[in-house]
Write a protein that binds this ligand. Structure first.
Ligand code: NAG
Ligand code: NAG
Ligand code: NAG
Length: 446
């Protein structure tokens, strides 16, 4: 074991993030217009979303960015300046007015373009116009760019071609001098999880989400992340979850974030238990938590889901995504056990996900939960269910049941003071925790 003072010296070098524009040290949170509205957006849609976020106090839960997706433009660029032209019917007061309004309400403003000749809605894309468009966005007061992959003119197929295409916009955004969160929407092509970290804050790992728990759709033909075929769209929640799990190791506070796509909570295609599972799984895998629903007409039930502070806290904890310890096929479906090691060395999050069609009863063993942390296998914990708040004292094993299409998620807090004092505290302050301190301290200073 390297002594702590030495670690303190080497940590700053080890903790450097390849790409650091000062934002995105935890997954971004906010709202995006696409899942609910698609192309049917206008000034009042965006402003009423922002006003509702403000009235509901969503900023205090962490929801910070209001992102306007595709279809705000006219079909042609300005013939003299080459700039994107905003549709004057839908946005009679222009984009600067909109971003000022969003800022007045306390939020940050995001927009959309594509690293292609056109956007997905066939409006002018930013390929070949990176500097001009980045400056236009900066002039409009934009704080976030979602950057799509449509009409890329065949400039994909290997990591170099794709990453060069996305690097152009990264450099153009940087050159504006404005802090702009850079969110790649590259659908998981060309192993974006390997190079997204060098030039962006987050990167989509799959085709577009569809508001369904597990409906199969030929437009989303891949069942796992490494399939050779097209990533597609209309991917169910479980399809995306299964693809994202093995990629979780590619994301973290010093890397950037795997983006599992905007949330569907509140859009009506899943049951309450399914939406709780969706929200929990996105949170523990450290996906951005970007709402995609009709905010002014959100139900109390959906509001309670998206404002569960304990679940959000796991997502925003300064640590890495959940690890799946096991996946078991049972009659009619699958059960998964997932564990998050949180930044606090004495707290873990334990999640059971039942994607199958019947309720399952099972025994959960500490030898599984603490497979990666064997020193805790004999310890005692208080486990709190983060959806019901019921607590139980646990040691070695426990029995539980998980409804169909549901999760159970607990915070495990160490109660065993012997274990807490017997060296874990000092010895486990690894490079990891020094990195956490380094970044947190530098954040406080700036
Ligand atoms: C703005 O868009 C919404 C949703 O598509 C629509 O209901 C509304 O009528 C539109 N408002 C204007 C002024 O076009
Ligand atoms: C531009 O990049 C440099 C070097 O990575 C970084 O220090 C700086 O914060 C970036 N500026 C903006 C506005 O993103
Ligand atoms: C559980 O209790 C905590 C602490 O009292 C509270 O903040 C949280 O909102 C409760 N969660 C639920 C789901 O009731």
């Amino acid at each position: 074991m390297i002594p702590i003072p030495l670690l303190a010296l080497v940590a700053p070098a080890l903790c450097l993030k390849a790409f650091d524009n000062g934002v995105g040290h935890t997954p971004q949170m906010g709202w995006n217009s696409w899942n609910k509205y698609g192309c049917n957006i206008n000034e009042s849609v965006i402003i009423s979303a922002a006003e509702t976020m403000n009235q509901l106090g969503l900023l205090q839960y962490g929801y910070e960015y209001i992102v306007m997706d595709d279809c705000y433009q006219l079909k042609e660029r300005d013939s003299e300046t080459g700039k994107i032209v905003v549709d004057p019917q839908r946005f009679p007061n222009g984009i600067k007015y909109l971003s000022d309004r969003v800022h007045q309400l306390g939020f940050k403003f995001g927009m959309y373009s594509s690293a292609g000749k056109f956007t997905c809605g066939r409006y002018p894309g930013s390929l070949g116009y990176e500097e001009l468009d980045a400056q236009t966005f900066a002039d409009w007061g934009v704080d976030y760019l979602k950057y799509d992959n449509c009409f890329n003119e065949g400039m994909s197929g290997n990591e170099k071609i794709s990453s060069d295409r996305y690097l152009k916009m990264s450099q153009a955004l940087n050159a504006t001098g404005r802090t702009i969160f850079y969110s790649l929407c590259q659908w998981g092509e060309d192993n974006v999880w390997n190079w997204g970290t060098t030039l962006s804050n987050s990167w989509r790992v799959t085709g577009d989400i569809y508001d369904s728990f597990n409906r199969y759709d030929d437009r989303c033909p891949c069942e796992s992340f490494d399939c050779a075929g097209i990533q597609g769209n209309s991917c169910s929640m479980v399809n995306i979850f299964e693809k994202a799990i093995p990629l979780a190791q590619k994301s973290g506070p010093f890397e950037g974030w795997n983006d599992l796509d905007s949330l569907e909570v509140g859009n009506g295609g899943m049951t309450t238990n399914e939406y709780k599972a969706h929200f929990t799984l996105w949170a523990i895998l450290k996906s951005p938590l970007v709402l995609g629903n009709d905010l002014p007409r959100m139900s109390q039930t959906d509001f309670a889901i998206i404002t569960n502070k304990d679940i959000i806290a796991i997502n925003q904890d300064f640590s890495s995504p959940a690890v799946r310890v096991w996946k078991r096929a049972v009659k009619g479906g699958h059960l998964s056990l997932l564990v998050n090691k949180l930044a606090d060395p004495y707290v873990f999050t334990v999640t059971l996900f039942n994607s199958g069609d019947r309720k399952e009863r099972l025994e959960v063993k500490f030898s599984d939960i603490f497979f990666d942390h064997p020193g805790f296998q004999e310890s005692s914990f208080t486990a709190r269910d983060l959806w019901t708040n019921e607590t139980m004292d646990v040691k070695q094993r426990f029995f539980t049941a998980v409804n169909k299409h549901s999760v159970k998620v607990w915070n495990f807090v160490l109660t065993d003071t012997v274990a807490a004092n017997s060296g874990w505290g000092a010895n486990l302050r690894s490079i990891w925790h020094l990195c956490v301190d380094t970044i947190l301290v530098s954040k406080q200073i700036s």
